[in-house]
Design a protein around this ligand. Structure first.
Ligand SMILES: *Cc1c(COP(=O)(O)O)cnc(C)c1O
Length: 361
């Protein structure tokens, strides 16, 4: 549903539209945005059109814009890394755009031309290259988004959409060390159900999960571990990350059966762990199996995976009245090795046998 000749126009920010750069040692997450953004529009008559890289700015949205009422909104999260010899890399960006198009199909939104958008993204990151942090571990976080803009009430797929990409420099996720998290196993709320939208990166999934996150934090936990919606037994995800368990010599993660997000970090970890020689399984795993392994002394490690944190080691799980300490509450050997290996590939300090890196400029 798009023309192959999508032209991207460039409106560079003038000197007075350019913002002062934030302090690179206090970036936090998602606080600052670069000088430019990418936007394009879709309607039934023209397909994708009006693609441009332009100064970062607010846009007008009609109060009847369908996204505000019915929630047709999808997004992605990826990063640009400044690494070896000052080169800038993206990590598996095609996979993010493929996944975004899958989310689009699920939400009855139009697919977009991935190659053209990736080209535009590379041009924009190159243009804003001074915004890609130089401090160790800091990166440029990239947020492609698509929303329904047609002003109309009445539930149906919208006929007008806006696609945009905004970028923000973010600090090292582990500024205070690679510390394992305390996780609350959620047995009241659920994140996704079979036939639902758990495998789409769509805004409503996150809105629906905040209540559980807030209650877990009030109890002193960092995040929740989600169980399946039908039996409340099978492990699905941790917060907005995929989850792994190392039991004896088997590295286990739940299978992609529609209720979990197909993480690109998850997929990279599966590949690396296989090459490290681990027995790797994508299979269903119950919370009871995890507790039994802990009692038997065979539960060795657990960690979450996602673009923001890369690897987030789990130090403790709380399920009803059971408190499970994992690996003495410290980061395990495999978690550390995967983190080091992935970061080294992402920042360009290691060979890239899987062809995951894409150079910018
Ligand atoms: C984005 C996301 C992930 C992680 O995906 P990555 O591609 O590894 O960043 C996992 N779970 C949920 C729910 C997510 O939204």
């Amino acid at each position: 549903m798009f023309k192959n000749d999508l032209e991207v126009t460039l409106h560079k920010a003038s000197a007075d539209q350019m913002k002062p750069k934030p302090d690179q040692d206090n970036l936090g997450f998602g606080q600052f945005f670069t000088d430019h953004m990418f936007t394009m529009r879709w309607d039934r008559q023209h397909g994708w059109h009006d693609a441009s890289i332009q100064p970062y700015q607010a846009f007008n949205l009609d109060p009847a814009a369908m996204v505000l009422h019915y929630g047709q909104a999808i997004f992605e999260g990826m990063k640009a890394y400044r690494g070896k010899d000052d080169q800038i890399f993206l990590f598996r960006p095609d996979d993010n755009f493929t996944r975004m198009n899958q989310s689009a199909v699920r939400m009855c939104m139009p697919r977009f031309p991935q190659d053209r958008v990736l080209q535009a993204l590379r041009a924009m990151v190159y243009l804003d290259q001074e915004w890609v942090p130089r401090t160790a571990g800091a990166t440029l976080y990239i947020r492609p988004t698509m929303i329904a803009t047609e002003p109309a009430l009445g539930l149906r797929p919208a006929e007008e959409y806006l696609f945009f990409i905004i970028n923000c420099p973010v600090g090292a996720y582990y500024a205070e060390g690679f510390n394992p998290t305390r996780i609350y196993v959620e047995d009241k709320y659920v994140r996704a159900m079979p036939g639902g939208v758990g495998n789409a990166k769509t805004a409503g999934n996150y809105a629906a999960s905040v209540r559980a996150q807030v209650e877990a934090q009030e109890k002193g936990y960092t995040q929740v571990l989600w169980l399946d919606a039908v039996e409340r037994r099978y492990i699905e995800e941790v917060g907005t990350s995929n989850i792994f368990f190392l039991i004896e010599d088997e590295l286990i993660t739940p299978p992609l059966e529609g209720t979990i997000l197909p993480g690109i970090t998850r997929d990279s970890v599966l590949q690396l762990a296989r090459d490290f020689g681990y027995r790797v399984s994508e299979r269903r795993l119950t919370i009871d199996e995890v507790i039994a392994a802990w009692k038997a002394g065979t539960l060795r490690e657990s960690f979450g995976t996602g673009t923001a944190a890369v690897i987030a080691p789990v130090g403790e799980l709380c399920y009803k009245d059971t408190h499970i300490e994992i690996n003495g509450g410290v980061t395990g050997e495999l978690s550390q090795r995967l983190y080091d290996e992935l970061q080294a590939i992402q920042f360009g300090y290691r060979e890239d046998p899987y062809k995951w890196r894409v150079r910018v400029g």
